[in-house]
Design a protein around this ligand. Structure first.
Ligand SMILES: Cc1cc2nc3c(=O)[nH]c(=O)nc-3n(C[C@H](O)[C@H](O)[C@H](O)COP(=O)(O)OP(=O)(O)OC[C@H]3O[C@@H](n4cnc5c(N)ncnc54)[C@H](O)[C@@H]3O)c2cc1C
Length: 461
């Protein structure tokens, strides 16, 4: 238990604000984008810089006090209960090097900020469906990009990182310095330390063609069948995905679509109008769209591809890697989540993997699931009157789809972490065992025990 002297010691070791549950600023520092999750640490630090993170972790280590980290709260799957929460949102340093084609960002930087600096140089980063997500949390979870089939996982392209390990030491690690830690941090999530800065590759591009087509939900069976055939015709620099959407009557939904059940095809392609139109033509012919926004697009509008909600909302989610998206898989999914199924979820999404996502990283990392063909991802709003039904539906659909799954997940799409066996499903067994061993080395006191945390290998003897 903390006493006043402990709080004084923390406050005098750092320059950022320290807040207790009854102090002003506590709610702001602990607030998560996923508003269904309310964090209740014993104390929160708004870290001002990397030295603050190191001093705070050292402070916690001396007291064997658990530590957690949050940047945006997009990945707030489980409430943090007790301990010290370090909020990294003030770590906003960023440098884009257009010659080396790299970016170096502080742990509070979001993808939008990177793109605003890199796109004018004709360079893009491997962000996901929403550029409001934090670069570091996303990349440590592997980072499945919108253009993943072209370039692979974001974690594969990290050059170096600055990390404060559980002993409070700030280390710069890369493929040569602390190679095993560097390997396991990329895809191993926040299990081994708190990253204060990340350096990663950027990719040149010229034309971008993106957007989406929204079809009536009644045509879902026909559209999913056509989608599967069409995928085989696409080059790797085209990354599509498709979802069944039950759109709420809310402001972030375009007015004509509010309250409707629809199918949403998303399309992102590194090419020009002529080639993009030619690739998309078969899907434009399959049914009469309610909306078609696909075409040449300024890259900074890339959030229009997936149209994720931009404002905080309460949600629950979950996912599974699929072996295939064959007739039987499609039929089972439609029975569970199609028209007339009573499914309460906002989104039932299929993201094709393959292309560069199937290649091993040049510098090996912890990202697993490269053998999977598709990702199934489910998300629902935890709002009355469906709040209770949402989590049950996610569990039910994942259980019913288990025969089509590889049995594994991607950590960024895993959803609420369950028991040890459930958590382990985010990595291959070989990687998981290496992670347990590294946990014993880098966090023997299990200070970093929140979120999708694993436990170390018990000491021999
Ligand atoms: C709208 C939306 C769209 C998304 N799209 C994609 C997508 O296309 N592809 C994809 O791969 N993922 C996607 N995600 C998942 C997202 O990448 C994860 O939720 C990720 O963890 C968010 O990171 P964050 O830092 O923004 O969130 P936070 O909630 O702040 O952090 C989540 C977790 O990341 C870890 N973490 C964060 N910062 C640090 C740090 N400095 N050091 C160590 N660990 C840290 C911690 O474990 C923390 O609990 C999406 C999520 C949302 C809500």
């Amino acid at each position: 238990m903390l006493v006043t002297g402990d709080i004084h010691a923390l406050s005098s070791a750092v320059s950022g604000p320290v807040a207790l549950p009854d102090s002003p600023g506590f709610a702001e520092e602990t607030f998560a984008f996923n508003a269904a999750t309310v964090h209740r640490p014993d104390v929160v630090l708004g870290a001002a810089d990397a030295q603050d993170v190191a001093a705070a972790v050292k402070w916690a280590a001396e007291r064997r006090f658990p530590v957690s980290v949050q940047s945006t709260g997009h990945g707030a799957e489980l409430a943090i209960d007790g301990g010290l929460l370090i909020n990294t949102r003030r770590l906003q340093d960023m440098h884009v090097d257009p010659v080396e084609r790299t970016a170096r960002v502080g742990a509070g930087v979001k993808w939008r900020t990177v793109l605003e600096a890199s796109v004018p140089h004709g360079l893009l980063g491997l962000h996901g469906s929403s550029t409001d997500v934090g670069v570091v949390g996303y990349t440590l979870g592997g980072g499945l990009p919108v253009l993943g089939r072209a370039h692979g996982f974001a974690a594969d392209h990290v050059r170096s990182m600055d990390v404060v390990t559980a002993d409070g030491e700030l280390r710069r690690i890369d493929a040569d310095a602390e190679a095993e830690l560097f390997s396991l941090m990329r895809g191993g999530k926040g299990n081994f330390g708190i990253v204060t800065a990340l350096e990663f590759s950027l990719f040149p591009f010229s034309d971008f063609y993106g957007g989406g087509i929204i079809y009536p939900g009644a045509d879902a069976a026909m559209i999913l069948a056509a989608f599967r055939q069409w995928l085989a015709t696409l080059p790797d620099d085209a990354s599509p995905s498709i979802s069944l959407l039950r759109l709420p009557d809310m402001d972030f939904v375009p007015a004509p679509l509010r309250g409707q059940f629809v199918v949403h095809l998303r399309f992102a392609f590194l090419g020009n109008r002529e080639d993009g139109d030619a690739l998309l033509a078969p899907m434009r012919a399959v049914s009469i769209p309610l909306m078609d926004t696909a075409g040449p697009m300024g890259y900074l509008d890339v959030d229009q591809v997936h149209m994720d909600p931009a404002d905080p909302l309460p949600f629950a989610d979950g996912g599974a890697l699929l072996k295939d998206f064959d007739d039987e898989t499609v039929a089972d999914l439609l029975e569970l989540a199609g028209d007339g199924s009573g499914c309460p979820l906002l989104l039932v999404e299929i993201r094709p993997l393959g292309g560069a996502l199937g290649n091993a990283a040049a510098v090996p990392d912890a990202v697993s699931g490269r053998d999977a063909a598709f990702l199934l991802f489910l998300l629902g709003f935890k709002m009355p009157p469906i709040a209770e039904a949402v989590s049950a539906s996610i569990r039910g659909i994942l259980a019913a789809m288990a025969p089509h799954s590889t049995g594994y997940t991607l950590v960024n799409f895993h959803g609420e972490p369950g028991d040890e066996a459930d958590r382990a499903r985010a990595w291959s067994p070989a990687v998981y065992e290496r992670m347990r061993s590294a946990k014993s080395t880098y966090d023997p006191g299990n200070l970093l025990r929140f979120g999708h945390a694993i436990t170390g290998t018990p000491a021999a003897g």
